[in-house]
Design a protein. Structure first.
Length: 297
C-alpha cells in the first residue's frame, strides 16, 4: 500500500510551482519557470522519499502552458537532462506518480474545439509522464465531464472521443466518479465498455451515490476488477468532508482515526490511496506513521 498526496508540498522550502500570465509567456520566461518547476519537483520527490511517501500527483502546471500554443519551447528536449535525473529518482525509489488535468479538460464536450484542446492537453500530460521515464502504471486521472441535458448521449460521446485518443494516452488514462454528474455506477459502466480502469473517490461517492445501495468497500472491490496487470495496483482517492463548507469540500486535514477505520475495513494492502486534503503532505505523513504503527501498510 502506498499513501500519497496531490501537487503541492506544504511547509517545505524550494518546492513552489510557479506560473505566469499568457501575455508574459515569452521563451525566456517559460524557460525560467520550467527550470524552477523541475527543480521544485526534484525537492518534492526527495522530501517524499525521506517521509516514506511513494505516491504523488504531479501538478499539471509543471510546464507552464504545456498544452497551449502559447508555449513554443521544446521543453522535453531542452530539459532532457533534468527529466532523466527525475526519472532515475522515480525508478530507484519505486515511486508512483500521476497527473490530473483540470476542469476545462472535457472529453465529452459537444464543442469540437473543446474536445481538440482536451486531446492536446491529454497529449501534454502523457508527454510529461513519458519524459519522466514512467510506464503505464503511472496514470492520468480524468472525470467523464458534463451532462449537457442528455446524460446518455454525453456518456456515449465520451466513449466515441476516447477512441480518438492515441494508445500512448489510453494506456495511462483512468476515470473517476464525480460529485455532481457521474456516480460510480455510471463510471463503471463506461470503464467496462472502454476497458478503462476506474478510480473510486469516497467523498464524491457520499455526495453523489448511485440508486443501487452498496457499502463503499463493495464498490471499491468492483473497481478493482477494471485494473489490469499493466495498470499496476488499484488506486483510489480518499478525503473527508469539511464540516464548515458545502458538500464535497475537502477537509483541512485528515482525521487519522477515521482514516484508519477506513483502511481496516478495506482489509487488504494491495491498493494505493491518494489523500485529497488541504494540508497535503502533513496529513500524509501522519497517516503513514499511524498505519506503520498498526502494521497496516
Amino acid at each position: 500500500m502506498r499513501i500519497g498526496y496531490a501537487c503541492l508540498t506544504v511547509g517545505v522550502v524550494d518546492t513552489a510551482i510557479k506560473s505566469c500570465r499568457a501575455r508574459n509567456a515569452d521563451a525566456r520566461r517559460l524557460y525560467e519557470i520550467t527550470e524552477n518547476n523541475l527543480l521544485s519537483l526534484e525537492h518534492m520527490l526527495y522530501y517524499n522519499i525521506e517521509n516514506n511517501i511513494r505516491l504523488f500527483r504531479i501538478s499539471s502546471e509543471l510546464i507552464p502552458f504545456g498544452s497551449s500554443p502559447v508555449n513554443t519551447i521544446k521543453w522535453w528536449d531542452l530539459f532532457r537532462t533534468q527529466f532523466e535525473k527525475l526519472a532515475e529518482i522515480i525508478k530507484k525509489h519505486q515511486l508512483r506518480v500521476s497527473m490530473h488535468p483540470g476542469q476545462y479538460t472535457v472529453l465529452n464536450s459537444p464543442n469540437e474545439e473543446v474536445v481538440k484542446r482536451t486531446i492536446a492537453d491529454l497529449e501534454y500530460h502523457a508527454r510529461v509522464l513519458e519524459a519522466l521515464g514512467t510506464d503505464s502504471r503511472h496514470k492520468i486521472i480524468l472525470h467523464i465531464g458534463g451532462i449537457y441535458k442528455d446524460k446518455k448521449e454525453a456518456a456515449e460521446r465520451f466513449m466515441l472521443n476516447y477512441d480518438r485518443l492515441h494508445n500512448r494516452i489510453k494506456q495511462r488514462l483512468v476515470i473517476e466518479n464525480d460529485d455532481k454528474s457521474y456516480n460510480i455506477m455510471d463510471v463503471l459502466t463506461i470503464g467496462r465498455s472502454c476497458g478503462i480502469p476506474v478510480v473510486f473517490d469516497n467523498l464524491h461517492h457520499k455526495v453523489n451515490p448511485p440508486d443501487i445501495i452498496k457499502d463503499e468497500i463493495d464498490w471499491i472491490n468492483e473497481c478493482k476488477a477494471t485494473w489490469k496487470k499493466e495498470d499496476g495496483r488499484q488506486k483510489i482517492h480518499y478525503s473527508q468532508q469539511d464540516r464548515d463548507k458545502k458538500a464535497g469540500s475537502h477537509s483541512q486535514s485528515i482525521n487519522p482515526a477515521e482514516f484508519i477505520e477506513f483502511v481496516q475495513r478495506l482489509g487488504r494492502k494491495d491498493i494505493d490511496i491518494m489523500l485529497e486534503v488541504k494540508d497535503k503532505n502533513r496529513s500524509a505523513v501522519e497517516c503513514i506513521r499511524m498505519l506503520q504503527e498498526l502494521d497496516l501498510i
